[in-house]
Design a binder for this molecule. Structure first.
Ligand SMILES: C[S@@+](CC[C@H](N)C(=O)[O-])C[C@H]1O[C@@H](n2cnc3c(N)ncnc32)[C@H](O)[C@@H]1O
Ligand SMILES: [Zn+2]
Ligand SMILES: [Zn+2]
Ligand SMILES: [Zn+2]
Length: 441
């Protein structure tokens, strides 16, 4: 018997729930098997970068007869309620200088080119669903017996999806951190440092770090840090040194330490140009040989431990150089939601609209270790996932007491100013965590 399966388009159905007269078309296309879609709701090729994109990540310029994607011309969000959504992507056209809305809202307005003219741009993609598929039950076969251990090793489902669907590149599997080599960890950061300096300087002309730092992490860091005037402060894993400079600006006596020579050379160059009295050290915080016991009133460390291989040793070393009752305030990727494998799951997976993300997928949370990955155009680096309890027990072992844990989230004004970066994102789930600790005794 042949089963007929005609499925209507995921988006047409969604629209019909808000617009009773809307006729759902057949779902013939799919990008990832999570949702079948009709031609108008599938992907189209951008006239500029030639890549295929989700229909709501594109606009049509009637004058130039061009279809342009949101990666080639970055949009803002225009709040407008239609078909159960709350905004449209709004593009300032670089060709005709007019404003254009994405194809989704254009369709709602009746200005989608397919509504006004006949099909005249690029053909819709993708894996045409085979309607003739034969649904005959598999033959019964006998499984072979296996050991319980083998039966219990299921793969990390979230990781598999992240590998397949995002721009994060994976260069190694998850490896027990004892097997990761410290020299390589350091060398990879050396390779990354100049690129990092360049990217962050482009994002922040006023030396305030990337957007996550500016809008999510640092406001909470500063709130916990409070007054620093006259204090001796260590910035552990200072990177390009922007946080050291901000501390010095507020009157602290600052030392920045980082394992990467490239970073420290850059920091020293900036210090030469704009003298703030900051000292820099190119050392691993696992071995701060140049620093005496009980030297600092405060240690801060901003998004560093995800990159530190021997984190227990580093914490013990930091406790050593901190004065009794001194504070240690540090941020990190959230051990649950900021895991390397965690991913915001969407249906369909190519939707650029954050509010269509369903939930964050976390799997195999207890699998700690290092993974060699690269973000976007960056060089590969080693990053380490550890559980919340591994970090808290390491803090205890090093002699720290946790005074407060903050899960920072962006404020409403910043979300309004940077909706593309913040809306329906870090206001839903904490990707970062900040610990305020104190040296016991
Ligand atoms: C994500 S970057 C953050 C840099 C800086 N704190 C910031 O917020 O921009 C992590 C930094 O940790 C440094 N790092 C990693 N392991 C380290 C170690 N064992 N000792 C010192 N620095 C280390 C890296 O070289 C890198 O500069
Ligand atoms: Zn449709
Ligand atoms: Zn494009
Ligand atoms: Zn235009």
């Amino acid at each position: 018997m042949k089963l007929q399966h005609k499925v209507t388009c995921f988006y047409c159905n969604k629209i019909q729930a808000h617009d009773f007269d809307y006729p759902p078309r057949e779902g013939k296309f799919t990008t990832d098997e999570t949702a079948l879609r009709c031609a108008i709701h599938s992907q189209f090729q951008c006239s500029s970068c030639k890549k295929f994109h989700h229909f709501s990540w594109l606009y049509w310029c009637e004058k130039e007869q061009k279809l342009i994607c949101g990666t080639c011309n970055s949009p803002t969000l225009k709040p407008v309620s239609f078909w159960g959504t709350t905004y449209t992507y709004c593009f300032q056209c670089s060709d005709c200088q007019n404003e254009h809305n994405d194809l989704y809202y254009s369709e709602f307005q009746g200005t989608h080119p397919w509504q006004t003219k006949k099909k005249r741009y690029t053909k819709a993609i993708i894996n045409q669903v085979d309607e003739e598929e034969n649904w005959i039950p598999r033959e019964y076969r006998e499984g072979k017996s296996i050991q319980l251990e083998e039966a219990l090793t299921i793969p990390d489902f979230a990781l598999a999806i992240r590998k397949e669907k995002t721009t994060v590149k994976f260069h190694s599997p998850l490896i027990n951190q004892e097997e990761v080599n410290q020299v390589e960890v350091q060398n990879q950061w050396e390779l990354n440092s100049s690129q990092w300096i360049k990217i962050v300087n482009e994002i922040s002309k006023d030396d305030r770090g990337d957007l996550n730092r500016q809008l999510i992490i640092d406001p909470s860091m500063w709130e916990l840090i409070g007054e620093v005037k006259g204090l001796r402060v260590l910035d552990a894993g200072c990177g390009n040194g922007y946080f050291s400079r901000a501390l010095a600006q507020k009157g602290a006596k600052v030392t920045g330490v980082d394992q990467s020579r490239v970073f420290i050379d850059y920091c020293e160059k900036v210090e030469q140009e704009k003298k703030q009295g900051i000292q820099y050290l190119a050392e691993s915080m696992e071995n701060l040989n140049a620093i005496d016991n009980e030297s600092y009133d405060l240690i801060i460390s901003n998004i560093v431990f995800i990159d530190v291989l021997h984190y227990r040793k580093a914490l013990i070393e930091l406790a050593r150089v901190l004065k009794p009752a001194g504070r240690f305030i540090w941020s990190n990727l959230h051990p649950v939601f900021g895991r390397i494998s965690s991913i915001f799951y969407r249906i369909p997976m190519d939707t650029p609209r954050n509010e269509e993300r369903l939930y964050v997928m976390i799997d195999r949370y207890f699998d700690s270790g290092g993974t060699k990955i690269s973000w976007g155009s960056m060089e590969p680096i080693w990053q380490f996932d550890r559980t919340l309890s591994e970090y808290t027990s390491a803090l205890k072992e090093a002699g720290f007491v946790i005074c407060e844990i903050v899960e920072p989230k962006p404020n409403k004004d910043d979300i309004k100013r940077h909706p593309r970066h913040l809306a329906f994102d870090a206001d839903r789930i904490p990707f970062f965590i900040i610990y305020e600790c104190q040296k016991a005794g």
